[in-house]
Design a protein around this ligand. Structure first.
Ligand SMILES: CC(C)[C@@](O)(CC(=O)O)C(=O)O
Ligand code: SF4
Length: 474
């Protein structure tokens, strides 16, 4: 029987297989950041171990870093300790580090692909659940815990329990104004935040093949929000074009050999997935979350749902609690929800394509009075590219704040936070209670919806900025 893409990559990395034991996989790329690496390095020290493959290991600073006054001492003592500890660990163990201020610094899941480190057919791990981002390249990429970070640092291998395979096939084409973010939010709403539990999801179909690499990264990034171990998209000409010439991508004859192998990384005809989901792209519309998990979302044209409409008792209770925390009323049109903050950034939507999309809508327009908009590039390279294209000027002239690269307001671990009761439209990936700051309320949106919302001051889409029409969505 044929094999799926995920099974092929897995099989190519088994270094030990024994009856009744998990396979031991070789890890091609290990990414580190300041939050989930300190204990792992301490474990190496305690056992007198070194980092087995420093050439396959790279670190960056992103979660605790400020996005303003980056040349000043880090004010917050916890953040300062996290960053100083990472710097000492990387120096002590000989691990490459791109620290705050370095031209290659940025959010770890933006930096890996941009350096050409993430490649088709690789196994990629990081102590971060959004490592699934790298599956956009046809890599088997997944988040790991601190003890697993230590195991990989020490051995460059990882014992892994087997996974099931799920195909999410998206037929047709995304309608105008409907983006990869709307698609992944709709998929999560469809299968639920636990629907992907134990699965590696392969996204397939015409609509997926038409996506850029940035859009594919947005999709794979949020696979974890459906509970999936990883998300993958088969590499193709779009992938190769993105990678060719990047710093760590193969060159010359190595490039040719690599592409020859990468072309084999496709699910075989006749291969059977454990589960299949089919989505009609034409039915989709701009999507926003109303609740406190990424699965509590709906088309922007809809209204806040009535918790009584949920048949499942746990979903009903979750909806009741969510509306309470979010300060929303059942039946309230989502377009009538006013926001005071808009955040464009994160490893979900902080790349140059995302900034271009937001800038295109903000050009010649103003951020609404009373709305604070932060635009935070996913990396310094993205920021430099944006400046070269004049996007920073578009944002500042519209009244938005143009910041330095980092995770920023995606999570409340650095100065960029919501105050209690503040409400944001955010291009990040999690809307949990307090995610962006204690008492903060988060609506997950695409960069396009974020920009339209910033201009109008309430959840809105590009169609609301003009007399364009858009599908209502399902
Ligand atoms: C909390 C932070 C370290 C993290 O990056 C962790 C994770 O994704 O696993 C997140 O976005 O939640
Ligand atoms: S941008 Fe957000 S989701 Fe991504 S790694 Fe940083 S904190 Fe995690």
């Amino acid at each position: 029987m044929g094999r799926t893409l995920a099974e092929k990559v897995w099989d190519d990395h088994v270094v030990r297989r024994a009856e009744g034991e998990p396979d031991l996989l070789f890890i091609d790329l290990h990414l580190l950041h300041e939050v989930t690496s300190p204990q792992a390095f301490d474990g190496l020290r305690k056992n007198g171990r070194r980092v087995r493959r420093t050439d396959l290991t790279i670190a960056t600073e992103d979660h605790n870093t400020p996005t303003l006054d980056i040349d000043k001492p880090i004010a917050d003592p916890v953040s300062r300790t996290q960053l100083e500890t990472l710097r000492k660990n990387c120096s002590d163990f000989g691990v490459r580090l791109h620290p705050l201020g370095d031209v290659e610094q940025g959010v770890v899941h933006v930096v890996g692909p941009q350096l050409g480190l993430t490649q088709p057919g690789m196994t990629v791990v990081c102590g971060d659940s959004h490592t699934s981002t790298h599956g956009a390249f046809g890599a088997l990429a997944f988040g790991i815990g601190t003890s697993q970070v230590e195991h990989v640092l020490a051995t460059q291998t990882l014992p892994m329990a087997p996974f099931r395979t799920m195909a999410v096939t998206v037929n047709g084409e995304l309608p105008e104004g409907v983006t990869a973010k709307d698609l992944i939010l709709a998929i999560i709403a469809r299968i639920g935040t636990g629907g992907g539990q134990g699965y590696v999801i392969e996204y397939r179909g015409e609509a997926i093949e038409k996506l850029s690499m940035e859009a594919r990264m947005t999709i794979c990034n949020m696979s974890i929000e459906a509970g999936a171990r990883a998300g993958m998209i088969a590499p193709d000409e779009t992938t190769f074009a993105y990678l060719e010439g990047r710093e760590h991508a193969p060159k010359g004859a190595d490039w040719d050999a690599a592409v020859e192998y990468w072309r084999t990384l496709r699910t075989d005809e006749g291969a059977v997935f454990d589960h299949e989901v089919v989505i009609e792209a034409s039915e989709l519309a701009p999507f926003v979350t109303w609740g406190t998990n990424p699965g509590q979302g709906a088309p922007l044209s809809a209204s806040v749902p009535d918790p009584a409409s949920f048949a499942d008792p746990s979903e009903k209770l979750a909806a009741e609690n969510a509306l309470k925390y979010m300060g929303l009323t059942a039946g309230q049109p989502l377009r009538e929800i006013a926001v005071d903050t808009v955040f464009v950034g994160s490893c979900t939507n902080g790349r140059i394509e995302d900034l271009r999309a937001a800038a295109a809508l903000l050009k010649g327009r103003k951020v609404a009075d009373g709305v604070r908009m932060l635009v935070v590039p996913g990396s310094v390279r993205v920021a430099l590219q944006a400046v070269e294209e004049g996007l920073d000027k578009v944002f500042t002239e519209a009244g938005a704040e143009w910041r330095h690269a980092g995770c920023s307001m995606c999570l409340g671990m650095n100065p960029d936070q919501l105050k209690p009761g503040e409400r944001s439209a955010s291009t990040s990936n999690r809307n949990f209670e307090g995610r962006q700051g204690k008492g903060g309320r988060t609506h997950l949106v695409s960069p396009q919806v974020a920009a339209a919302t910033a201009v109008l001051g309430h959840l809105a889409s590009p169609a609301d900025l003009s007399d364009a029409t858009e599908p209502a969505g399902v």
